[in-house]
Design a protein. Structure first.
Length: 313
């Protein structure tokens, strides 16, 4: 084993045990103290992670143009870091939340009638969300409410760490959710089957990744490579599309918002329908992000792929 691989393995091992320890002790420490600690730790990270910080500042200025001054972008980025710390508090507290009553101690919900109306049609629901706030909490809440769900995500490089994080998201004592890895060749089939059985498929399409097939749509008025999976599944399964997102409120509680169904456009021109529906989904998520820009992951390179590049992989 090379020295580099050895250090990498040691890093993952240390990270695994640190996170495992956090998951255990998080239930013993008052939430307010944990939130204060992680908020301030993230505030320090703003200064010691210059590459991440500068990417967020650069992307904010690119998205908002002349209305975003340097000072405003720096202030928003500092708040973004602190919000990430505050949100992390409840992500590691999932093992303490074993019922709907437990999660509602830290979460408020609005607009769930939109989800119920779509769910009751029995045709399946694309639950569309974005990396705003403690976004994992959307799926966790749905799981505790006993909706039949499936989610897809990227597999972490370290198997032990990947298993720990997946199990934390699902809470195996109560899990009704299925989780498929993005690399799973049968992932789309599993999600389609869940939709045809009347369940929920939990998807995020607000990042630029070359691991899936994309199309270019407007995001903040700029062309951005956007995954088409949600649109393809919705069209094939004739499923409803419900946008949902979480944000941290000033009172320290999260707000989970479900919005009305996004109309599914079906003209018979599959390529055009995929593009139009992906655009409409992206606009629905952009609306969430514009509401609380300091809680979205601006350090992600959302406009990394240029329209001249091949996005059909």
């Amino acid at each position: 084993m090379s020295q580099r691989k050895g250090w990498k393995k040691l890093k993952y091992e240390l990270l695994y045990w640190a996170l495992k320890g956090l998951l255990i002790v998080a239930g013993w420490i008052p939430r307010s103290l944990l939130m204060w600690f992680f908020k301030n730790l993230a505030g320090i990270a703003y200064y010691i992670m210059p590459k991440t910080r500068d990417l967020a500042i650069e992307h904010l200025k690119y998205a908002y143009g002349d209305e975003m001054t340097d000072d405003k972008a720096k202030k928003m980025t500092k708040n973004l870091f602190k919000n990430l710390g505050r949100n992390f508090t409840d992500v590691i507290r999932y093992p303490t939340m074993n019922s709907v009553d437990d999660i509602l101690e830290v979460l408020e919900v609005e607009g769930e009638e939109h989800l119920l109306e779509a769910y009751d049609k029995g045709k399946g629901v694309i639950l569309l969300t974005c990396h705003r706030g403690a976004f994992d909490m959307v799926g966790y809440y749905l799981n505790l409410k006993k909706y039949s769900c499936i989610a897809i995500g990227a597999k972490l490089q370290d198997p032990k760490l990947n298993e720990l994080l997946v199990n934390n998201r699902r809470n195996n004592r109560h899990a009704l959710s299925d989780f498929v890895e993005r690399s799973d060749p049968r992932g789309s089939i599993k999600m389609f089957k869940k939709l045809k059985d009347g369940g929920l498929a939990f998807l995020l399409i607000d990042q630029d990744t070359d691991k899936v097939q994309n199309t270019f749509v407007d995001f903040y008025g700029k062309k951005a490579a956007t995954p088409i999976g949600a649109a393809v599944l919705a069209l094939k399964a004739d499923a409803a599309i419900i946008p949902a997102a979480v944000k941290m409120q000033p009172n320290g509680k999260h707000m989970l918002t479900f919005k009305p169904e996004v109309p599914l456009i079906k003209t018979g021109d599959l390529k055009n329908d995929i593009n139009v529906n992906t655009q409409n989904m992206s606009l629905a998520l952009e609306e969430f992000i514009r509401e609380e820009p300091e809680q979205w992951v601006w350090f992600h390179e959302r406009w990394k792929t240029k329209p001249t590049e091949d996005v059909s992989k």
